[in-house]
Design a protein around this ligand. Structure first.
Ligand SMILES: CCCCCCCCCCCCCCCC(=O)SCCNC(=O)CCNC(=O)[C@H](O)C(C)(C)COP(=O)(O)OP(=O)(O)OC[C@H]1O[C@@H](n2cnc3c(N)ncnc32)[C@H](O)[C@@H]1OP(=O)(O)O
Length: 221
């Protein structure tokens, strides 16, 4: 995993987010509109041309490859291309995750873009959201962890609409953190998951230097 440092202030992060988050929301509205529109073919073709013009403008200056996760020197992460929570990623579900020691939770409203079985949330989307939540719950002590194993049980279909999710650390063993998570609608839990999260041994800087992971350092001492 590459580890890139970008030396910017929290104020500069907020300024950048204040510009890109409305853009991402606008693209989310576009995705929903494309799925649900009933305009005629001529309007669809005209819309395609207008959207392609916007894409061309955005591509006039573009980074190579993916966005990555830059960190500030004080370890504020900027995972803005992330598939689950990226502030610049309109295909990410709209999640505002809150964390406290060993716990991560959020409410969300999922629309047409997240459909699997008719009218219901796609199982992969449910797993994506729970994967992110278990990762954030496991990382609340500042030791980021990878998902080693994620076991998901779909108890009943999850209707699209207003939902909530919660993950809680249930145990730790060396570099392993055990986390239980649930996705719920108004009638209760629809999906539950158990994860074994593993703190990696270190982070590779672009130059090849590896920063030791604090949990590994504890193991070695
Ligand atoms: C810098 C500051 C940041 C600040 C804070 C930021 C917070 C930021 C929030 C992030 C939130 C992310 C949420 C998204 C989470 C993903 O989506 S992560 C992406 C999906 N996962 C992956 O790509 C992981 C791929 N796998 C790997 O990289 C490696 O296999 C792993 C998981 C790092 C383990 O490798 P390793 O360290 O070499 O493991 P190893 O030494 O063999 O084993 C260590 C222990 O783990 C066990 N283990 C190993 N693999 C597994 C496994 N797959 N399943 C179960 N147990 C396993 C072993 O049995 C062993 O157990 P013990 O013998 O100690 O009891």
């Amino acid at each position: 995993m590459d580890f890139r440092i970008e030396d910017i202030s929290p104020e500069e992060i907020s300024r950048r987010l204040s510009v890109v988050e409305p853009l991402t929301e606008s693209v989310r509205r576009l995705i929903d509109a494309v799925i649900r529109t009933e305009v005629d073919d001529a309007e669809l073709i005209a819309a395609t041309e207008r959207i392609d013009q916007v894409v061309q403008t955005l591509r006039s200056r573009q980074r190579d490859g993916s966005f990555g996760t830059p960190y500030t020197p004080t370890f504020i992460g900027m995972p803005w291309g992330n598939a689950a929570v990226g502030a610049r990623n309109a295909i990410a579900p709209p999640l505002q995750i809150r964390t406290e020691s060993g716990v991560a939770e959020c409410e969300m409203v999922l629309g047409a873009a997240y459909e699997g079985p008719g009218g219901c949330v796609h199982g992969g989307v449910a797993a994506l959201m729970l994967d992110q939540l278990v990762g954030e719950a496991a990382s609340t002590d500042g030791l980021p962890s990878f998902t080693g194993t994620l076991t998901v049980r779909y108890l009943r279909p999850t209707r699209l609409g207003a939902l909530s999710a919660r993950a809680e650390v249930t145990g730790r063993e060396g570099r392993k953190t055990f986390v239980h998570a649930t996705l719920s609608d108004d009638d209760g839990v629809t999906v539950e998951a158990d994860a074994i999260m593993i703190a990696p041994k270190g982070f590779a800087l672009p130059g090849g230097e590896v920063l030791p992971h604090p949990a590994t350092a504890q193991e070695e001492n």
